[in-house]
Design a protein around this ligand. Structure first.
Ligand code: ARG
Length: 460
């Protein structure tokens, strides 16, 4: 018995366990559209340069389109025996059009084929993900516009630090997401070269036109070194690295939503659509989507690390290890997409509790820096000294059981003669945020200006 795929050199088929460890069709069937697009580009070029006769080329292309139709309609039977998507497609093509199918693989190998398919797949993912990031940005900008003047506590060390606006906080994530999108699109630029025609590792003796196949597949041109082209997976690593950084942002935001939606904070309420209940505690509303984003993000970091591990010991050029690039990347990119969608949904309909936020914003002597700044501005006190005076005012308020604005002018005079009743103008949280007008600061006016700049930039 000769082997169904390798023919003459093999006397028998593989052991069942060999098939199980070796076959990638169960997951790489996802590449079917890209695989067929790559094959059509290759066959067209082979015809164009005269390596294939016109009849063979036409038969191959029509056959590939028919295979695509079968897969799209769910009529295609994927076979493990045929290992991967490349062999599954070629084998069905042979059943459909006969021997001409065997000419499709002239001047290429599965090594350049899979590198091409995967680049095309990852490129599509980048385009979708960049679009999803932009959708989330638009939702955040809209929320920021509504909440430009909504005061909330700003934290450092998760201790109340200074009041900020909720709009400003939303725009912080818009900035992060802009960098995330930039990293993905930057990776896309480097990714967009075609490995097709690099063949197994050394190129080919056939007079192929790699520019032609590259153009047909929307690449900027062909890769310049055949060894590099078949052994490179940087394009996936770069995208997983960019996705990891972005996912880290989503996770931090999720953590904030979990904290903010707790009864103790009560800053926001997640909508019914993005909360769950408890099977035993009727009062509960749990922020499961935020928790799951926070947790699922780990898969993305894991995929990045896992692929680095796969690649780090491989001599040039292709090794079968590289087949392990796909499952983790598919899972990570699906997960990232799902997390972006869930975050967009949650942010779009969360309800902001302005009163709760304002009350919390004033707690913890959050306007102490405003008092110190006022001393510098109005009484010409050096900042370091103003810091000490303010410290005494905080102790006095603490002893009296009130906020800084609860101290009387006499209380203040007892601390420092130079304090006048004008100081009360800066002690409220609203005044505090209004005064933060330095570029990039939290003032409502700044937030509104940033919101309109973002609207313009994002076309929202
Ligand atoms: N299924 C393989 C992969 O995903 C395709 C390339 C196989 N090449 C080879 N020489 N065995 O990497």
């Amino acid at each position: 018995m000769s082997n169904r795929m390798w023919g003459g050199r093999f006397g028998s088929g593989p052991d069942a366990i060999m098939e199980e460890i070796n076959a990638s069709i169960d997951f790489d069937k996802r590449l079917h559209a890209h695989d067929i697009a790559g094959s059509i580009a290759h066959a067209t070029m082979l015809g164009e340069v005269g390596i294939l006769t016109r009849d063979d080329k036409d038969a191959i292309i029509a056959g590939l389109e028919a295979v695509r139709g079968e897969i799209d309609r769910g009529e295609f039977t994927f076979s493990r025996e045929l290992e991967d998507i490349h062999m599954n497609v070629e084998s069905r093509l042979r059943e459909m059009i006969g021997d001409a199918a065997g000419r499709l693989h002239t001047a290429r190998s599965r090594n350049d084929q899979v590198a091409t398919d995967f680049r095309l797949y990852v490129r599509d993912c980048v385009d979708t993900l960049a679009g999803q990031i932009e959708t989330l940005q638009k939702v955040l900008v809209a929320r920021a516009g509504d909440e430009a003047g909504t005061v909330m506590p700003g934290f450092t060390h998760l201790q109340s630090a200074q009041p900020v606006t909720f709009g400003h906080h939303m725009l912080a994530y818009v900035e992060m997401l802009e960098r995330d999108k930039g990293r993905l699109l930057d990776a896309r630029r480097r990714l967009n070269l075609s490995p097709l025609g690099s063949a197994a590792l050394a190129g080919t003796s056939f007079p192929i036109d790699r520019e032609m196949t590259a153009r047909a597949l929307g690449f900027d041109g062909p890769t310049a070194n055949s060894l590099d082209a078949v052994s490179d997976r940087d394009f996936v690593l770069e995208v997983l690295s960019a996705a990891s950084i972005s996912a880290m942002h989503l996770s931090r935001f999720s953590e904030e939503l979990v904290i903010w939606s707790s009864a103790q904070f009560g800053f926001v309420a997640l909508s019914d659509k993005f909360s769950t209940g408890s099977s035993i505690m009727p009062q509960k509303r749990n922020p499961d989507a935020a928790e799951l984003i926070r947790a699922k993000i780990g898969r993305i970091f894991g995929a990045f690390t896992s692929l680095l591990m796969v690649m780090k010991g491989l001599p040039l050029a292709y090794s079968k290890d590289m087949q392990e690039d796909k499952e983790v990347a598919f899972d990570a990119l699906d997960t990232f997409s799902l997390c972006l969608a869930a975050m967009t949904g949650m942010v779009g309909d969360l309800v902001v509790n302005r009163e709760k936020m304002a009350a919390a914003a004033g707690a913890g002597f959050s306007t102490a820096t405003d008092l110190a700044d006022w001393l510098v501005r109005a009484a010409n006190v050096p900042f370091r000294e103003a810091h000490h005076i303010t410290g005494r005012a905080v102790s006095a308020a603490e002893a009296k059981g009130c906020g800084l604005e609860g101290l009387t002018i006499e209380d203040f005079k007892a601390i420092d003669e130079r304090i006048t009743s004008q100081v009360f103008k800066v002690l409220g949280v609203d005044n505090s945020v209004k005064s933060r007008t330095s570029f990039g600061g939290t003032s409502p006016a700044n937030v509104l200006a940033q919101v309109s700049a973002w609207r313009e930039r994002l076309g929202a």
